[in-house]
Write a protein that binds this ligand. Structure first.
Ligand code: SF4
Ligand code: SF4
Length: 222
């Protein structure tokens, strides 16, 4: 039923938001589980943006008396948060092979659709591959499209894909930002000796990112 129909039927006039909310409230479990947020009512002052303008001027005046700080980047590198999620890496196993078993879970979980995998059967005639059924023949991540959410590393059953603390990712072309398997393995080779990575886990042991996130999660629950 449209808003116009609601009014002609003699009911109280409703905004489209109220109509939608009323319809949603009839869904099973909605009253118990959903807390509806009401739109704020704007007075004359808010309509004229006066409080927002005053607040902006206040911020400008406050900043005039604060000492400016110039950061000497890139000579002095910034200290990144413990849970910063940067460039991906593909881990190697103890034999130096790509740890990924080409299960496609990361590709399925990725909300940005930026992982592309082509699986191949493990070479069974090679004794080094007797314990594996598949491996990724191609593995590509579009680092420009990625939103660094970390869902790929959470989905991976063997901790093969992880995000690292590398933040200064640049490229002159889009092609340079497409990280293939070799490039991702190279990131592993570089970051496995820094001591800062992986950000999330190391062989089942929780890393600094999880230690950082946990207190916040507790605060949210309380
Ligand atoms: S970090 Fe998120 S967006 Fe980026 S590849 Fe992983 S799942 Fe996709
Ligand atoms: S990186 Fe992990 S989740 Fe992605 S295909 Fe390989 S094993 Fe599966």
């Amino acid at each position: 039923m449209t808003d116009a129909q609601t009014q002609t039927n003699g009911a109280q006039p409703q905004t489209s938001g109220e109509t939608r909310r009323a319809a949603n409230a009839e869904q099973p479990g909605a009253k118990k589980n959903v807390k509806w947020a009401e739109s704020p009512t704007l007075g004359l002052m808010e309509t004229l943006y006066l409080p927002a303008i005053a607040s902006g001027i206040g911020t400008t005046i406050r900043r005039m008396f604060v000492r400016n700080e110039t950061r000497q980047y890139p000579e002095v590198e910034p200290i990144m948060p413990a849970n910063y999620r940067g460039v991906h890496r593909l881990n190697r196993d103890s034999q130096g092979r790509v740890k990924c078993v080409a299960c496609f879970l990361c590709q399925t979980a990725c909300p940005a659709n930026c992982i592309s995998i082509e699986a191949a059967a493990a070479p069974k005639d090679d004794p080094a591959w007797q314990d594996r059924d598949k491996f990724p023949e191609k593995f590509e991540i579009d680092e420009l499209r990625c939103i660094y959410c970390g869902m790929c590393e959470q989905a991976c059953p063997v901790d093969a894909i992880e995000l690292t603390s590398i933040y200064d990712l640049t490229g002159a072309t889009r092609e340079e930002m497409m990280f293939d398997k070799e490039k991702l393995l190279e990131v592993f080779d570089i970051t496995s000796t820094t001591g800062k990575d992986p950000v999330r886990t190391t062989s089942g042991k929780l890393g600094p990112a999880s230690e950082f996130v946990e207190p916040q999660a507790t605060q949210l629950r309380s």
